[in-house]
Write a protein that binds this ligand. Structure first.
Ligand code: ADP
Length: 244
């Protein structure tokens, strides 16, 4: 029995067949411990998004196991997997994916409403305050900056108090100042609220905010880095890029 929030065991993912067959993940085993912040890095096509989507139950791996908060996702039918994703897993995307017709507070409350709950105003205001945007409750996404939209998306992803927050390039569409705010927020959630965060990023400056960096190449886990500088990450990744 593992104490990890997320355990991936011998995870393999194959797309397509015959000449179109792609081995996107080739035996990934890794644990994400409670209240830790992990960055996943690697060259383009190394399997980062596939890993994140399988770990979050958005895709099912071809082989191997995904265990979240003690629950083996393989044991769940589609209905129960959907419920687990809704209740136990938060996900944020590079492009925020807020509902444009809804206000910030309506976006934040959406997962709870989809789960059949009617959250109180105090609960919603508290969630907005947590990301520093209590004064933007009535704004629609088009009235917010990119960084503010991403912070609303984080508040929404955390509203059901998930065991783990997955983030796919959460700063990829942001300028450096907004990126810093989002990264500081993720760090605070880990340090002060014990949130477990797993983030895919291309940005070494973002990656050093994490406690550990898991490096993928060709669908395999090739490195685990802690206490490194952004410069040394650049060097490590350059060594993994194909030389053609
Ligand atoms: P990364 O996020 O590191 O760029 P991906 O996980 O997106 O890598 O992709 C890993 C490999 O799997 C790549 O070779 C990619 O082309 C392939 N791949 C990803 N998604 C699909 C898909 N839906 N169908 C076929 N091949 C895919």
């Amino acid at each position: 029995m593992t104490t990890a929030t997320v355990s991936l065991r011998d995870m393999r993912m194959v797309y397509g067949t015959g000449a179109r067959r792609v081995l996107a993940l080739d035996g990934i085993t890794v644990d994400f411990q409670p209240a830790t912040f992990t960055a996943i890095m690697g060259p383009s096509g190394s399997g980062k998004s596939t890993l994140l989507h399988c770990a979050a139950g958005l895709d099912r791996p071809t082989e191997g196991r995904v265990i979240i908060a003690g629950i083996d996702l393989d044991s769940l039918d589609e209905t129960r997997l959907t419920r687990l994703r809704r209740d136990r897993i938060g996900f944020v995307f590079q492009e925020f994916n807020l509902v444009s017709s809804l206000t910030a507070e309506q976006n934040v409350a959406l997962p709870a409403r989809l789960a059949g709950r009617r959250p109180s105003t105090a609960e919603i205001t508290g969630a907005l305050a947590e990301v520093g945007l209590a004064d933007r409750a009535g704004h629609r996404p088009s009235e917010l900056s990119g960084g503010q939209q991403q912070r609303i998306a984080i508040a929404r992803a955390l509203f059901n108090r998930p065991a783990v927050l997955f983030a796919d390039e959460p700063t990829g569409a942001l300028d450096s100042r907004a990126s810093r705010q989002v990264l500081d927020l993720l760090r605070k959630l880990v340090n002060e609220h014990g949130q477990t965060v797993v983030m895919v990023t291309h940005d070494p400056l973002a990656a050093v905010t994490a406690d550990q960096i898991v490096v993928l190449a060709d669908g395999r886990l090739v490195d685990r880095l802690t206490g490194v500088t952004a410069e040394s990450i650049v060097g490590r990744l350059a060594a993994l890029e194909p030389t053609c």
